[in-house]
Design a binder for this molecule. Sequence first.
Ligand code: SF4
Ligand code: SF4
Length: 455
Amino acid sequence: MESAFEPTEPNTGEEFEPVDVFPDSDDFDLRPGSDSCYKCSTCDTNCPVAEVDDEFPGPKFQGPEQWRLKQSEDDYDIDDSVMDCSNCMRCDNACPAGVPLSQMHNTARGEYVSEQMDHLSIEYWRNRILSNYRTSAWLASKTPRLANFAMNLGPARWLMEKTMGVTKEREFPEFATETFREWWDKRGAAAGSKERAQAARRERGLPEDADKKVAYFHGCYSNYNTTEVGKAMVRVYEHFGYEVVVPEQGCSGTPMFANGMLEDARRHAEVNVSSMSDLVDQGYDAIASCTSCSMALRQEYPELFDIDGIDDLAANTFESIEYLRIHEDIREEIQAAEVSGELADEFAYHAPCHSRNQGLDRQAVELFRELDGAGIEDVGESCSGISGTYGWKAEKYEKSMKIGDEMFDHMEHAEGETGMTECPTCAMQMEHGTGYDIRHPLELVEAALVDGHAV
Ligand code: SF4
Ligand code: SF4
């Protein structure tokens, strides 16, 4: 006899129709992720923006709740509060159910900007200019001394706040008089790197043709501003016998994701994926010195775009110190080294939010703990508050500083008066909040391991 409780049409799974995150968006199916949310609110309690801004509804609303509303109402408009999320991605990390929150936020923000935002508004153009930092930096790099002088004049900063809504409270970052790529070309580019890497291999007793080659994704900031980070990356990798190549590249897209400029981000991603994945096919690994760039290449690209080679690139992308910890006895070399000169210092280290998402937040502290001549102290788990372009917006400046307060306080209580971090915009915030000089971990590795006369 047939049981009353027996399903007459067993669920074979065949009727499951993939559903877009939001209609008209890229065809990524987020229904399973959304269904996994059991409303524990852990994401909300870990959101630094929600902590300082009572009006911000938090990641749970921006993600699964809004997704459901969008599914049930044909004419549902994305809530404009999605523009207040800084894309720190802490909620991703915090969610115990693996709900892809930042993917949902990025997609919703992209739809909001393309369909609901007034494209003639000052806010739209301000956000577009801020998120296309590479274009402004390229222009400034043509006359860096003039740009450094003019952009930091009081009246210029005042005017930028009044007309565009870019805060006058922050100093513009200094542009290098020679870009990283100019330096790279002058010292012989890939051919020069190959010679130096072969010499290092001979010294290490490795075969000259050892398969050690990496493609460096320097990002905008190491190219136009802190070129010493890019130079340190190259010298450190050559020290370990790696041939470095520096392929054609655009912006990683990180500031564009945070501002909902997904079409701009896609254009840059297409350039990056094409050049970097060709090299991955030839056996290169992709290395980024900025944790937001490695985050974009590893996680955001495959979450948001469908481009040939994107998954291979994501699987073969590493952060610069992470890669050396996996493949080399860097810890042993650091333990045997001693730092003197400018980098012989005590460092107050801040782990960027995007390094936490990649599980890299403890690596600098672990690496340098036993280095002679330098000390390092972790200043805690709080967010720096700048989140790329977020803290540059006049209406968000105060919130950004409020979020950063805990980090500033811990830095001031740490022994050192020099900061350290892997993220260039966290570095800006650390410097702005404390007045300290900020260095990248690669610079300390270089000071410890590489001959001071290296070109
Ligand atoms: S990405 Fe950061 S700011 Fe945005 S909702 Fe998540 S935790 Fe909050
Ligand atoms: S942490 Fe995850 S499961 Fe909990 S409310 Fe947020 S999205 Fe839902």
